[in-house]
Design a protein around this ligand. Sequence first.
Ligand SMILES: [Zn+2]
Length: 148
Amino acid sequence: MTEPKARRCRECGEGTIRPLAKAGRRMAFRNMAAVSVPATLAIPTCDHCGNEWIDPRTATLLDEALESAYADELHKRLEAALEAILSTAGISQRRLEHLLGLSTGYLSRVRGRRGDASPQLVSVLALIAQDPKRRVKELDHVWQPAQA
Ligand SMILES: [Zn+2]
């Protein structure tokens, strides 16, 4: 297989576009402002202005990589939020599951990565984690019978 012919960058008109794999790149993905792009993923990049030229093949690889990085990030945030809630709100994981309408053991399964953490669940947990005692109390109140 031969190297693809080097292309001149149409953004700056000076650099050459070459595949570049490096650490520290981040991109917006779904509801997250910055998801890490794997350091090993090569993206056609201008060696002068740094503009990235995403061709269809790169787009597919990038999408798969970001999907996986996104799931990792959701899991990380789920753990951080649960830790904050369970250590300060004085409730058990089981009681939290009940408050959120989740089946018993659901949080354990997701924590053990036997199922993906949904962005909706992580959103709710992150909001509760901002002020666990108060939010848990509010949530408890939310599920009381509606007043006539
Ligand atoms: Zn350029």
